[in-house]
Ligand binder design. Structure first.
Ligand SMILES: [Ca+2]
Length: 177
C-alpha cells in the first residue's frame, strides 16, 4: 500500500513536471536567478512586479548586472538594472528611483534623447561615472551639467557615452567615438 502511494505520488510529480511549459520554466529560472543574486530589497521588490518581470529579463551577460548610485541627485540611492526586452530581445537599462517608485528605460525598446537607438546590444561594459564635470565629447553638443551621478556606458576599446538625468528624463551624451 505504501509503495503504491509512493508510485502514485511520483507519477503525479512526473506528469506535473512534463506539463510545465518552457516559458514557465524560463520564468522560474529568471526568478530564481534574481532571488539567488541577493538583490537589494528595493530593487528586488521593483523587479518582482508582474508587469516588470514579464516584460524584461535581467541581462545576465553583463557584469555587474545592476548599478547603485544617486542618478537623480536627490541624495537617495537609485538603481540601474541591465535588462532585455522579452518580446524583442533588445538590450538596455532600467533605472529605478525608489523614493518616487518611478522607472525609466534607456534602450530595451526605448530610445533616449541624443542616444544610440533603442537597442544596446553593443554595450559590453558600464559603471557609475566618477566624473562631476563632463568634458566636451566628440559631437558638437555642449556637455551637460550633471545633477546626479551619470552612468558610463562602454563598448570596450571603442565608444563610450554617459546616461544622465536632466531633471525630467534620462539623456545620452556621447563621449568617445
Ligand atoms: Ca536618487
Amino acid at each position: 500500500m505504501k509503495t503504491r502511494t509512493t508510485i502514485l505520488i511520483l507519477t503525479i510529480a512526473t506528469i506535473t513536471c512534463w506539463g510545465q511549459t518552457n516559458e514557465q520554466k524560463e520564468k522560474e529560472d529568471r526568478l530564481q536567478f534574481v532571488f539567488d543574486s541577493n538583490l537589494p530589497d528595493d530593487l528586488y521588490d521593483f523587479y518582482n512586479q508582474e508587469k516588470i518581470r514579464t516584460s524584461y529579463k535581467v541581462d545576465q551577460d553583463l557584469n555587474p548586472f545592476y548599478l547603485r548610485g544617486d542618478f537623480d541627485g536627490d541624495k537617495k540611492i537609485d538603481y540601474a538594472l541591465a535588462v532585455i526586452e522579452s518580446t524583442t530581445d533588445k538590450k538596455g537599462i532600467l533605472i529605478y528611483h525608489p523614493v518616487t517608485k518611478k522607472y525609466f528605460l534607456a534602450g530595451a525598446g526605448k530610445a533616449i534623447p541624443n542616444g544610440h537607438g533603442d537597442d544596446y546590444s553593443w554595450m559590453d561594459g558600464w559603471e557609475v561615472s566618477d566624473e562631476r564635470t563632463v568634458e566636451q565629447g566628440v559631437t558638437n553638443l555642449k556637455p551637460p551639467k550633471l545633477i546626479g551621478e551619470a552612468i558610463l556606458i562602454q563598448k570596450l576599446e571603442s565608444s563610450s557615452g554617459l546616461i544622465y538625468w536632466d531633471g525630467k528624463e534620462y539623456r545620452w551624451y556621447q563621449q568617445g567615438d
